[in-house]
Design a protein around this ligand. Structure first.
Ligand SMILES: C[S@@+](CC[C@H](N)C(=O)[O-])C[C@H]1O[C@@H](n2cnc3c(N)ncnc32)[C@H](O)[C@@H]1O
Ligand code: SF4
Length: 280
């Protein structure tokens, strides 16, 4: 198994809890320039990568859904030109944010080869979304889920909990709606911010956090979800190939701002990050 991770750093806002490599910009020319640089990185660095067949191609962010389908077409072209092989069996995932893709754009992306979408739902409670600095509303999340449901694609829903002022009843209400959408995959993440962060001061107390974990983990399993790594649950064995690569010591190449790679070429393997683009 081998996979490629492509980082897309653009975001419409900076969520209060986020420490991923992001920039709060959505300018067409800047995105074009970034895609061109991805092309150069693929062209000049792919010669150091011995694998060509892709088990997984994963676009993470940031907010990859801010790129147009045409921009993805270009990235696919660069990858294929460098000899990487994407087949119908390749898991091709995009992280998307609610309210950033129309039904037509989702159709175009599926036509391009995307077969898995990871939606940053976080919560269906608008107060929590607001307090975390999210830009979208729960009704935008529902429309994006409606668009996805019309397509034959795998859906992951990111589920953020241990939110400021959250209690067990709020968590139960959120979980109910997550389960009603019946996705193949749910990734529950306990909100993790440094202790001096303003959100940390209003998170549930530790004993409540423990009850929340036990409640969520138990309910997901009672509803047919299997936990296959720390924050990943799936139904009917729809484990993500991308996650399995990371957890099972397979090689992956990370492209774009801040992306890390891992190559299991000898008994220990090695990890690295490219800090500047050399075109020699
Ligand atoms: C790469 S991130 C971003 C995906 C997408 N841009 C979004 O925000 O919906 C993937 C997931 O990590 C989780 N996450 C991000 N920051 C976190 C934090 N500080 N603590 C816990 N989970 C976090 C969120 O659930 C998020 O959807
Ligand atoms: S949209 Fe996602 S990646 Fe962007 S700032 Fe918010 S949490 Fe971070």
């Amino acid at each position: 198994m081998f996979g490629i991770y492509v980082h897309i750093p653009f975001c419409l806002q900076h969520c209060h809890y986020c420490d991923f490599a992001t920039v709060t910009r959505n300018d067409h020319n800047e995105k074009e320039t970034y895609v061109n640089y991805l092309g150069k990185e693929i062209q000049f660095h792919s010669k150091f990568v011995s694998h060509r067949g892709l088990s997984s191609l994963y676009f993470g962010g940031g907010t990859p859904s801010l790129l147009s389908p045409k921009m993805f077409e270009k990235i696919f072209f660069y990858l294929e030109k460098a000899g990487f092989i994407i087949t119908p069996q390749t898991e091709v995932t995009m992280e998307i944010n609610p309210g950033t893709l129309s039904k037509e754009q989702i159709g175009d992306l599926v036509d391009l080869g995307f077969n898995r979408f990871s939606l940053g739902v976080q919560s269906f409670n608008d107060d929590f979304l607001k307090s975390c600095g999210r830009r979208h509303s729960s009704s935008e999340t529902r429309s994006t889920l409606e668009h996805l449901k019309y397509k034959d694609v795998l859906i992951n829903m990111d589920f953020l909990f241990l939110l400021p002022k959250q209690n067990l009843k709020n968590l139960q209400e959120d979980l109910k709606e997550f389960l009603e959408w019946n996705p193949q995959h749910i990734s529950p993440y306990g909100l993790d911010v440094p202790s001096h962060h303003s959100l940390a001061k209003i998170q549930p107390s530790e004993p409540i956090q423990t009850r929340m974990y036990k409640f969520l983990w138990g309910e997901l399993e009672d509803n047919g979800f299997q936990q296959y790594e720390i924050s990943n649950f799936c139904r009917n064995n729809y484990k993500s190939v991308h996650n399995r690569l990371y957890w099972n010591d397979f090689s992956y190449w990370g492209i774009g701002l801040g992306a890390h790679s891992y190559f299991n070429n000898d008994s220990w393997g090695y990890r690295f990050r490219v800090s500047s683009l050399s075109t020699n």
